[in-house]
Every structure is written in structure tokens, then in C-alpha cells.
Design a protein around this ligand. Structure first.
Ligand code: ATP
Ligand code: MG
Length: 418
């Protein structure tokens, strides 16, 4: 019988790697709190409608990437492909609006998209995301981008580029779409099959095509930032002025469009040259129309999502925060084992990682085990020591040994080892 393996595009997170994930998450959590964000957890499974209505029927995600199936009652449900739609649903469902101040939420968890698995592209991947809901002021765009770039400073990841663009709004996007349609109409037969379809459903998405054949035409296409209404133009200028004020470097990227329909005004991506084709580590934008599309009151909002697996590829291997074994207890004989088993239990409650060897094993075998586990200290208790009411503490680095009285051993160890 063949052993059962994980599904393609689904990855196990093994112990060494998981410690690095935790260290990254704890840095990000610290930043979120300083910027006033609270954590939210939404379910992984949602009504399919939530995503078709928000992400858009003609996007890659909805057209071909969603894990959708019928629930037992025959209703379609979907494993979430992204986090924003769920967060806004929860915001509306629980009335999370705060009077005269935006609601700032962050989330962390797995997302599911049925894409072709390749380097940097998984079917279950993880995102950390942030949303500022209830404020249209461009200063929020700047604060959010400041938080995003600050994360990467804190993680000491360099060589990232912040690309920004403005996608316009319900007022200026339709006329821009018409301009784009007449531009692409000319060379339609030269576009790839996907783009010929996009031409009919959503010509903006052609700008996102990475195929060589389409690129030449895309490069010369009219850009949204030249077709903004006055309000969008003012907003975009204010975002740039704010970034300049905070000395946050960025580049204008007029062809940047996002794969989700709900974006308005500011759109951005954080890209790197160090990951090959999958060069975006984070992305996001303003989505002032989403709450309304989900049946709520009009609520301006902006957010981003960071792809954790891609960030982990850039996050220095040296940053391993794997905890070190502090103490290995080596009891020699059953009586010593019985005396030290409660000590093991209590020392752990002092937040000291401690393990214990088998009392039946010789000292040499137990020392070898302690060494393999990388223990910093070993506590040795044989018959002679026990009779004298003492145990031996050995510093594995310096090889220095000292005697500890058995009375109050837990407190003495806690003092010595923290
Ligand atoms: P891409 O152009 O790479 O497909 P996207 O526009 O689909 O990205 P978003 O939906 O904006 O991506 O998600 C934000 C981030 O999540 C991306 O920048 C990326 O880092 C990460 N991400 C998206 N899809 C995947 C995936 N299949 N595997 C791993 N990470 C992903
Ligand atoms: Mg994608």
C-alpha cells in the first residue's frame, strides 16, 4: 500500500519552520497594536455568494480558483480565497463601526485557491491582512502604507518596492473603460484567448496579463491615472504628498490593476526582485464600494494582505527563534526518577523548557541525549547525591558543575536558570 501524502499545493509546516513563522507573527502583532489594530477571526468556510458578489464574477479567483462545493443542504459554500470580503461581512453583521473613528482590524490565517502549484504559489497559503473601515481620508491610505513598509523594516527585509496607482471610482472608471475598449478593439486578434474573453467581460483585467504577446499592447495602453475624476485625482495627489511627508519611498505604476473587482482609488503592491515570477509579497487598496455591494451602508475602506509564504522566503534563516532546551534532568535509578518527576513538572510551570531522561538509563546515555537536544544545563541525581540531599547542576557550555540542595530545588533552579 502506498503511504498517503498531502494534496498538491498543500504544505505541512514543520517544527523548525513553524518557530520562524511564530517569530514573524509576533513582530507583526506588535506593529499592529502600535498602529491601533485589533485581531479578528472569521470562519474559513463562507457562503459562495459572499465572494462572487465582492471579488467579482469575472476575476480569476471566482472564474477558476475557488474551492466551492455543496453543503449537506445543497447550498453552495466556498473555502475563503481571501480575507477582506469576510472581514467586511463581519463588520456589517456585528455593527463594528465606531462613531467618528475608523475601525481597524487585522487577521491571520489560511486562504484557498485552486491555482497551478509552483514556486511561491500554493493552493493553501497564508495571509496576514489589515483593514481600515469607515474613513475616506487619504491620510488613512498613508497610515496603512506606513504600517506595511514598517513591517518589512522590522523584519529587516530589504529590496522591496512599493508600487502605487489609482484605479478611479464609480464616476471615472466607466468612461476610462470605454477608452480602454476602443484601444484594445484595434488589436483584439493579437491578444491571448483569456484577454479576448476579458475584453468582453472586464477589459481592465487585460492590463494584468503577463503573457508576452499581450504585453506589447498593454505597455502602450491608456492608463487609469490619466482618466481620474477630480475627487480621485485630489485623493491620489494627497496620498503621494503624505508618503513624501513620511519619507516612504514609492514608484508610480500606472499599469497596476488588482485581480479583485472591488478596488477603487488607491491600489498598491509591494514587490521584490528576489522571488522570480511571483514577485508580489503584499498587495491591497481602497475598496469604497464593497460594503454596499454586500448589502450594507456605503462605507469607505482600505486594506492590504501579505503573503506569508513569500515573506518567509525572504525572512533570514538566521532569524530562527526556535526555543532552546534549558534544562535536562538526568535521574539515575527509579528513586531519583520519582523524586525528580514532580520537579520537572514544576520547573516547566516557571516557563523553563525542561525535559527528563529515563531513570533506567546510565548517566552516559542520558548525557548524550541531553547533548543531542542542545540542553544548556543538566541536573544529575544519583544515589549518593540523594543521600546527601544534593543534586549536581552541570553547565553544558562551560562544563562547570555546582551542587544544589534538594530542599526548594524548584525555586533554586528557577533562580539560576532565568
Ligand atoms: P498574484 O498576482 O501573485 O496571483 P494576487 O493578486 O492573486 O497575486 P492577492 O489576492 O492580492 O494576490 O493576495 C495578496 C498576496 O497574497 C500576494 O501578494 C501574494 O503574496 C499572496 N498570494 C496570493 N496568491 C497566492 C498563492 N496562490 N500562494 C502563495 N501566496 C499567494
Ligand atoms: Mg492570483
Amino acid at each position: 500500500m502506498n503511504p498517503i501524502k498531502a494534496l498538491k499545493g498543500f504544505k505541512d509546516l514543520l517544527p523548525g519552520e513553524s518557530a520562524r513563522w511564530e517569530s514573524l507573527a509576533s513582530v507583526l502583532r506588535e506593529c499592529f497594536h502600535a498602529f491601533g489594530f485589533s485581531a479578528i477571526q472569521t470562519p474559513i468556510l463562507e457562503r459562495t455568494q459572499l465572494f462572487t458578489r465582492s471579488i467579482g464574477e469575472t476575476t480569476d479567483i471566482v472564474e477558476k480558483e475557488m474551492y466551492t462545493f455543496e453543503d449537506w443542504d445543497g447550498k453552495p459554500v466556498t473555502l475563503r480565497p481571501e480575507g477582506t470580503a469576510s472581514v467586511v461581512r463581519a463588520f456589517l453583521e456585528h455593527g463594528l463601526a465606531i462613531p467618528s473613528f475608523p475601525t481597524k482590524l487585522y487577521y491571520y490565517g489560511p486562504m484557498f485557491r485552486h491555482e497551478r502549484p509552483q514556486a511561491g504559489r500554493l493552493r493553501q497559503f497564508h495571509q496576514i491582512g489589515a483593514e481600515i473601515i469607515g474613513e475616506s481620508d487619504p491620510r488613512q491610505d498613508v497610515e496603512l502604507l506606513s504600517l506595511l513598509t514598517y513591517f518589512f523594516q522590522r523584519l529587516e527585509i530589504e529590496g522591496l518596492t512599493l508600487e502605487i496607482n489609482s484605479l478611479g471610482c464609480a464616476v471615472c472608471r466607466p468612461p476610462y473603460r470605454t477608452v480602454l475598449e476602443s484601444y484594445f478593439k484595434e488589436g483584439l486578434p493579437e491578444l491571448c484567448e483569456d484577454c479576448q474573453r476579458r475584453f468582453k467581460t472586464n477589459p481592465l483585467r487585460i492590463l494584468d496579463c503577463k503573457k508576452e504577446g499581450c504585453k506589447a499592447m498593454v505597455d502602450q495602453a491608456p492608463v487609469s491615472s490619466d482618466h481620474l475624476c477630480e475627487e480621485c485625482e485630489t485623493h491620489f495627489k494627497a496620498v503621494q504628498a503624505g508618503l513624501d511627508l513620511l519619507k516612504i519611498p514609492y514608484v508610480l505604476s500606472p499599469l497596476l490593476v488588482r485581480g479583485l473587482d472591488y478596488y477603487t482609488k488607491t491600489a498598491f503592491e509591494l514587490t521584490t526582485k528576489d522571488l522570480g515570477a511571483q514577485n508580489a509579497v503584499a498587495a491591497g487598496g481602497r475598496y469604497d464600494g464593497l460594503a454596499e455591494a454586500l448589502g450594507g451602508a456605503a462605507t469607505p475602506a482600505i486594506g492590504f494582505a501579505i503573503g506569508i509564504e513569500r515573506v518567509m522566503q525572504l525572512y533570514g534563516k538566521s532569524k530562527s527563534a526556535a526555543p532552546k532546551l534549558k534544562l535536562f534532568i538526568a535521574p539515575l535509578g527509579e528513586a531519583a526518577g520519582e523524586l525528580l518527576f514532580p520537579v520537572l513538572n514544576e520547573v516547566r510551570k516557571k516557563k523553563i523548557w525542561t525535559e527528563m531522561g529515563k531513570p533506567s538509563l546510565a548517566l552516559k546515555r542520558q548525557m548524550k541525549q541531553a547533548d543531542r537536544l542542545g540542553a544548556e544545563f543538566v541536573l544529575i541525581l544519583g544515589d549518593r547525591e540523594r543521600e546527601e540531599g544534593k543534586a549536581i547542576l552541570r553547565d553544558m557550555r562551560t562544563k562547570a558543575q555546582s551542587e544544589l540542595v534538594l530542599e526548594n530545588l524548584v525555586d533554586v533552579l528557577a533562580n539560576r536558570l532565568t
